[in-house]
Write a protein that binds this ligand. Sequence first.
Ligand SMILES: Nc1ncnc2c1ncn2[C@@H]1O[C@H](COP(=O)(O)OP(=O)(O)OP(=O)(O)O)[C@@H](O)[C@H]1O
Ligand SMILES: [Mg+2]
Length: 266
Amino acid sequence: MADLATEPDPGPEPAPAHGELGPPLVELRGVDKHFGALHVLKHIDLTVARGEVVVIIGPSGSGKSTLCRTINRLETIDSGSIVIDGRELPEEGRELARLRAEVGMVFQSFNLFAHRTVLENVTLGPIKAKGVKKSDAVARARELLDRVGVGNQAAKLPAQLSGGQQQRVAIARALAMGPKVMLFDEPTSALDPEMINEVLDVMVGLARDGMTMLVVTHEMGFARRAANRVVFMDAGEIVEQADPETFFTAPRSERARDFLSKILTH
Ligand SMILES: Nc1ncnc2c1ncn2[C@@H]1O[C@H](COP(=O)(O)OP(=O)(O)OP(=O)(O)O)[C@@H](O)[C@H]1O
Ligand SMILES: [Mg+2]
């Protein structure tokens, strides 16, 4: 880890203005993944452009989380390729550590360090994995905590925050690493209803600022407000994809229609 600190940090590239999509940032080609006999990702082809916001939706067990987890190599793949910003996902080692820093991930369960303050949760990664000077990491963390609306909670422990506040800290923590793309896996599904919007608003803000995002969510309001594209998965396959309006109002496949009728009734 320590030698990462000596690598020059090129810094984030300027994001394209909202509405304009850049060149491919994440490219999955022919990705297959099995868990034993179970074929969980079936020849997935998916390209996410720089600045694009893609919502992934689909029934439980369709492979949405697994897809996200392969993109920062929390899961290995059996065949195919994953390229991030022009570089193939490395197997292991220093290159993999560097790539992980470029791919921020926010989970359903906030996964904050319970015995560290909110501020420490956000500064630890940059200090330990990127060799950022503590004072710089603290200044950046304070900026990010302000941006997600929890600047006044910096000295608290995670357990002293509401779920919505904890999830916003988790977003700030991921952003502190300077990711090129952010992956969200059902970031609001563990939250009480009144806290969902405060997290979605932060995500919409990020999208408007040009962050490239891949978001697993069934929040159609978010998809309509922020997504360029909705990708519908079922049984390990991408069944169809379209802009949110088209997908929600005129899904083409029987499987998508069936799924939407179920989520729309409650
Ligand atoms: N580590 C694992 N070992 C074995 N099987 C797994 C593992 N992780 C996931 N699976 C299986 O792979 C399939 C896809 O799981 P995945 O978690 O990607 O689905 P999902 O679309 O995210 O579902 P949900 O909406 O319930 O979160 C499921 O059948 C699941 O049981
Ligand atoms: Mg899942």
